[in-house]
Design a protein around this ligand. Structure first.
Ligand SMILES: *Cc1c(COP(=O)(O)O)cnc(C)c1O
Length: 383
């Protein structure tokens, strides 16, 4: 009975990536250098974006993008309550006020039918999350933004490789931020990148992410660079390192194959669970898209299951199966309740989903046998 612990997520790191890290360590160049340049160019080709910046994390990408958008006190940024805390945290850290719009009960993305009602004269930015890797309806979203002269910063942390109407997320629109955290579709250990079509945002984030310096140390210490630099503003330290990029270069080559396997496993769950009364399964919207399947997140039907979500997670863990939780409703965390006076009942659809949501094990190297084991254990749990 005691089979090895199956985590809900596990990165696939190829031998090529390991050898690239070793080569990087041996090269003597560990910080931002030639491998970051190579990875950034490869990302630029993959995302088909005019400006791509590699960074230490998606969190810093969101933070610096919002700083570059120069929020004034009282400026509002609209996002979703079903997201990681970093989405809201960065709004606050950049001086903005988070405003939330409830989610669509089927796609779990921001309910765009409710978006316009949340727009006020103080709204500056809309910050959608492509939840689980399912693109929001970008035509509708950008239409609303255009009518109200708002910027869009896409939290695309889940959406590396996702497509909306045959266009890759990152290849169109305003500004997108991707995460390379180890649970995400592409990892660099920790890391992230920004894609934008706005040279002003790109230049501002470039300065902010490296001390407020007008040049990168890549230029400074390289053979062709100069030792000279100017500080034009006080900046942060958010640049990606060559050690991270060494992993990323090889991850990017495998990304589409990773997503294909994730999609196959997600479809296997959809097929196997479709007639289980204990689950409400993810629903596909009717616009054309490619789902990146960062996570597979059905909602537990508590009455039919005879247990609540937290009990389900504990029961699965006792059978050596890890279950993720993405996410608890952000607006109900103490800081957000206390500071912005959010309360239970404000976003009922999201709160209901957040009480029932689980992330079943899903990662590219997961075998069919492991997948069967998850289904078996769940089957025996519910009878
Ligand atoms: C992972 C994640 C982030 C933060 O990404 P990091 O790279 O860990 O900083 C932000 N938003 C969402 C929705 C995420 O899932």
């Amino acid at each position: 009975m005691s089979e090895a612990f199956l985590p809900f997520s596990r990165p696939s790191i190829s031998e090529n990536a390991i050898q690239e890290v070793v080569a990087c360590l041996r090269s003597g160049w560990l910080a931002t250098g030639p491998r970051v340049a190579q990875f950034t160019e490869a990302l630029q080709r993959y995302l088909d974006a005019p400006y791509v910046l590699t960074l230490m994390s998606a969190t810093t990408g969101l933070h610096l993008s919002l700083l570059a958008m120069q929020l004034k006190p009282g400026d509002e940024v609209i996002t979703t309550p079903l997201t990681f805390a970093a989405t809201l945290n960065t709004i606050v850290l950049a001086g903005g006020t988070p405003v939330l719009v409830d989610i669509d009960p089927h796609t779990l993305n921001m309910d765009l039918n409710q978006l316009e009602a949340a727009i006020t004269p103080n709204t500056r930015v809309i910050m959608p999350v492509h939840f689980a890797g399912l693109p929001v309806d970008c035509d509708v979203l950008y239409g609303i933004a255009e009518r109200h002269h708002l910027r869009i910063l896409e939290d695309a942390a889940h959406a590396m490789g996702a497509e909306y109407k045959n266009k890759r997320i990152g290849s169109f629109g305003d500004t997108q931020v991707f995460s390379f955290h180890p649970t995400k579709n592409l990892t660099t250990g920790e890391g992230g990148c920004l894609a934008t079509r706005d040279s002003v945002i790109a230049e501002a984030v470039q300065r902010l992410c490296f001390h407020g310096m007008d040049r990168q140390s890549f230029n400074r210490y390289g053979k062709t660079g100069t030792q000279d630099y100017e500080i034009v503003m006080p900046g942060f330290k958010s640049n990606m390192t060559d050690i991270q990029a060494a992993i990323g270069i090889h991850q990017l080559n495998e990304l589409d194959a990773f997503i294909d396997r994730r999609a196959a496993l997600a479809m296997r769950y959809q097929d196997a669970l479709s007639d289980w009364p204990e689950w409400s399964l993810p629903v596909s919207p009717n616009y054309e898209h490619k789902h990146a399947w960062h996570i597979y997140t059905p909602l537990l039907n508590v009455a039919e299951a005879g247990m609540d979500r937290d009990q389900f997670i504990v029961a699965m863990k006792s059978k050596n199966i890890g279950i993720g939780l993405h996410y608890r409703a952000v607006h109900l965390f103490p800081y957000y309740r206390d500071t912005f006076h959010f309360k239970e009942g404000d976003f009922p659809v999201a709160e209901n989903a957040c009480d029932r949501i689980v992330s079943l094990p899903l990662f590219p190297a997961m075998t069919d046998a492991e997948h069967d084991r998850v289904l078996d254990v769940m089957y025996n749990l519910f009878v």
